[in-house]
Design a protein around this ligand. Sequence first.
Ligand SMILES: [Fe+2]
Ligand SMILES: [Fe+2]
Length: 295
Amino acid sequence: MSTTQKFTEKEINPLGSLDEWEDAVLERYPDPEAIATSKSTEAYRNYEAPERDTVREFYRLNHTYQTYDFVQEKRADYLRFNKKEMPIWEAFDFLNQLVDDSDPDTDLDQFQHLLQTAEAIRRDGHPDWMVLVGLMHDMGKTLCLFGEPQWAVVGDTFPVGCAYSDKIVYPEFFKNNPDFNNPEYQTPTGIYKKGCGLRNVHMSWGHDEYVYQMMKDSLPESGLYMLRYHSFYSWHREGDYEQLLDDHDREMLKWVKLFNPYDLYSKNPVPPDWKELRPYYEDLVAKYLPKTLKF
Ligand SMILES: [Fe+2]
Ligand SMILES: [Fe+2]
């Protein structure tokens, strides 16, 4: 029996949409300087609103069920990339099947978020491969379309097989995780060696690792770090997990930090003009990516 089958519909989809998690992250790390231009306040959610109970329930499920064994099971399944193969532009249509019915006024589809992230990066004159990172960074959310629970697709990611950082939101829910009672997993380094480097550490399963594995032959190392660790907030925002890092991670951290504000703060109610942008992005995708993407 696959892990997902034992969950009820409510446990698979505790959130109205994946955006509820992203809104909660934005409440935690509000925009200091507004990268996006022409933001109109009334078109935005009210970020002062108390965090929804659904987000709390989402984290309860995430912290309870993301065990070391769960991660191994998902890696063994998804990293075979034998589920689907499609041309890249079809992949965006596929991703866009993830629609948010709960709040049609304020939410743009997944592709618009990717395009806005990419455009904000391009506007600031960063290298073209980083623009491509912006365009692709959430492609891993297609995990939802293969039936994965929301808490195994999004949410702050964290290392499994070692003690949990108390900088992760709702740390109290980790008491429900079976790994919490395994002493081998509950020292600061757990099953890993001190300073082993994040490449040797298994993260909780989600869209970051999945898209990294999808893109790992196509982008420079700094871009791959942006993909792989963009939801690892307890590292790139809170500075935790020093015991697992090596010098390469410390060097790459600046790239992960550079990317994060574009992801969080580029949302704008006005959709980009795709007609006008299309030729640029077709060339960009053709420059770096193979003709088809495997899922
Ligand atoms: Fe993401
Ligand atoms: Fe994103």
